[in-house]
Design a protein. Structure first.
Length: 155
């Protein structure tokens, strides 16, 4: 009798833990979608959206996304999955948005990555960079790197 009671209590605790973990995941997932959806549509804002999206993908699938397109919307009528996670719009997933070319380079072995945004003939001198540290960096007139100045907005 005591073993059955202990087994039932253990089953309830495990089920509660799974339920709570699922609830937390979906809360984070919905919050992430909200943040990605309302982030300013600037190169720095798009870099931030990509950072959030990469972390969310890695949390979901325990691996870095292989490309920008893996963060894109899935085909109509299909569910989000590891090939189309549905956290960024299709223009950003293509690597070209609002006069900037976005590049995402993952390194699966070191679990590191970097993201760049460079102007594509739009007249802007600003180039952006970020990596797994989450710091958005900027340079004027040439490509930004991990040693560039942190971006503090348009203050």
């Amino acid at each position: 009798m005591r073993i059955q009671l202990t087994t039932r209590i253990l089953a309830i605790v495990v089920a509660s833990g799974i339920f709570l973990a699922s609830a937390v995941f979906y809360l984070i997932y919905d919050t992430k979608r909200s943040i990605v959806g309302v982030t300013e549509d600037t190169p720095a804002g798009n870099i931030r959206s990509l950072l959030i999206s990469v972390v969310a993908y890695e949390t979901e699938y325990n691996m870095l996304p292989p490309s920008l397109s893996s963060l894109a919307p899935p085909p109509t009528g299909k569910e989000a999955n590891r090939d189309a996670y549905n956290v960024i719009d299709s223009r950003l997933a293509s690597g070209n948005k609002n006069g900037y070319v976005y590049r995402y380079e993952p390194n699966a072995q070191s679990k590191s990555f970097f993201i760049t945004a460079d102007p594509s003939g739009n007249g802007s001198p600003l180039h952006y960079f970020s990596d797994q540290t989450g710091v958005v960096r900027v340079e004027s007139g040439h490509s930004a790197t991990g040693s560039s100045q942190p971006y503090h907005g348009d203050n």
